[in-house]
Write a protein that binds this ligand. Structure first.
Ligand code: ASP
Length: 442
């Protein structure tokens, strides 16, 4: 299934756009050449330019455009998260039968994602890019912030009294809790009544991925509307803190990718990190340019097997699962982004400072959001709502960070794929594989 998704998601980069005056064939070629990333940049630049030149009157057009885009994103969140988490957890449940390797893989995924999140949390708490920032976000609605914030409150809120009601109210934590348990138990019903349910939900997941991709194609319009509204309302002031926030994400990703993972490679797997990065270079460059772990998957497998010498048995198990479940870069980014938005509201006196308990919730939800995120461009942005909602922050922050999300997506996807590849070779090495070509000291 993952390979099918991988093939399909390559199409994301060839955005389809409304017809202009250019002849259809030529226009198609131009549209494809620019690609989704290019169109989003154009949307951002046009939005910024129009916001600056036209000012407040632009809001009449840009605000509805931004709102429609955000609402479409919200529309897919509940079914996407439910089906994605159930399918992912059921996948892990299946692999549980693979015994030791399944357990090692799971431990690796969770450990590296947590280390990544903690790196992000440390940097964002040190730099505080959101404190005192002028982001021009609408004031917080009282009722959202008023929910209890103690550990016990949060834990109690995680258990849904009624999952349907939680879904209707958009309360993500209880929904995720339900999805995880459902995913675990779905693999326990092995007869002909259980299997159709599992494949039905896997089917729903694929449909939701297609819908999400369609909505992501509309990002250039959304970017125009959201960035245009920000600039029309507040000028270019928000871009300085946004730049600081982006720098925090990139710095934390660099620490995780260039320090933490190489240390694990060297000391847990006995692997030479430089040799391994050279072996994986084609996959990493593809991840950077496509911003899609799933689209990169065939190449990641090819590099891991042919260039790093991992067996097909290990790579075909660890990598496809990792492409959707193990996203260190995405987890780190979720955490930094939520903290950035929280710092903004806190320093404007509209939100209590995030308590230790709430920061723990941010860490946990960032982990869950990264597990739930699909391996396609901007999926992390879609999942952001889970983390924001968990600590009582409004989704409007998503519109803001969208302005710099393209570049961050490319960087975090590279780290996602890098972490998957490190996991494969570490697991292969600890399983005693002899064909590994990137060992230290050879
Ligand atoms: N684009 C990322 C990936 O495919 C997911 C994300 O948006 O964070 O790995």
């Amino acid at each position: 299934m993952f390979l099918t998704l991988a093939g399909a998601s390559v199409a994301v980069n060839s955005a389809v756009f409304p017809a202009g005056t250019i002849p259809a064939q030529e226009e198609g070629a131009i549209v494809r050449k620019i690609g989704l990333t290019g169109w989003i940049f154009i949307g951002i630049l046009l939005g910024a330019a129009c916001g600056h030149l036209i000012g407040k009157p632009l809001l009449a057009v840009s605000q509805p455009m931004g709102t429609v885009f955000l609402t479409l994103l919200k529309m897919v969140i509940v079914p996407l998260i439910l089906s994605s988490i159930i399918t992912g957890v059921a996948g892990i449940g299946d692999t549980g039968r693979l015994g030791r390797m399944g357990a090692k893989t799971l431990v690796y995924y969770l450990t590296t994602s947590l280390l990544a999140i903690l790196t992000g949390l440390m940097i964002v708490n040190l730099v505080k890019p959101g404190v005192g920032a002028e982001l021009g976000l609408a004031p917080l609605k009282e009722e959202i912030a008023a929910e209890g914030t103690g550990v016990l409150d949060i834990l109690l809120r995680m258990i849904p009294e009624n999952p349907v009601q939680a879904a209707a109210e958009g309360r993500m934590l209880p929904l995720i809790f339900f999805a995880i348990i459902f995913g675990v138990f779905i693999t326990r019903v092995e007869n002909e009544t259980g299997r159709p349910v599992q494949s039905f939900i896997a089917g729903v997941f694929e449909v939701m991925m297609k819908m999400t991709r369609f909505i992501i194609h509309l990002t250039p319009f959304g970017a125009f509307g959201l960035v245009g509204s920000i600039v029309a309302r507040t000028g270019f002031a928000p871009f300085i803190p946004l730049g600081k926030y982006a720098a925090c994400v990139v710095a934390a990703l660099a620490i995780h990718g260039c320090l933490t993972l190489p240390l694990l490679l060297r000391f847990v797997g006995g692997i030479n990190p430089v040799k391994h990065i050279k072996a994986m270079a084609p996959a990493l460059m593809t991840a950077f340019s496509t911003a899609s772990s799933s689209a990169t998957l065939p190449l990641t497998m090819e590099c891991a097997e042919a260039r790093a010498g991992v067996s097909n048995r290990t790579s075909s198990f660890v990598l496809p699962l990792g492409a959707t479940v193990n996203m260190d870069g995405t987890a780190l980014y979720e955490c930094v982004a939520v903290m950035f938005i929280a710092q903004y509201y806190f320093s404007h006196g509209q939100h209590d400072p995030l308590t230790l308990a709430q920061q723990t919730v941010v860490v946990l939800t960032a982990l869950l959001a990264s597990i739930g995120a699909a391996g396609i461009p901007l999926a992390g942005l879609v999942m952001m709502s889970v983390c924001l909602h968990a600590v009582g922050l409004p989704l409007a922050g998503i519109g803001l960070i969208l302005a710099v999300d393209q570049v961050l997506d490319m960087c975090r996807t590279t780290i996602n794929v890098w972490s998957d590849s490190c996991g494969t070779v570490i697991i292969a090495s600890t399983e005693g594989e002899t064909g590994i070509k990137v060992r230290a000291g050879r």
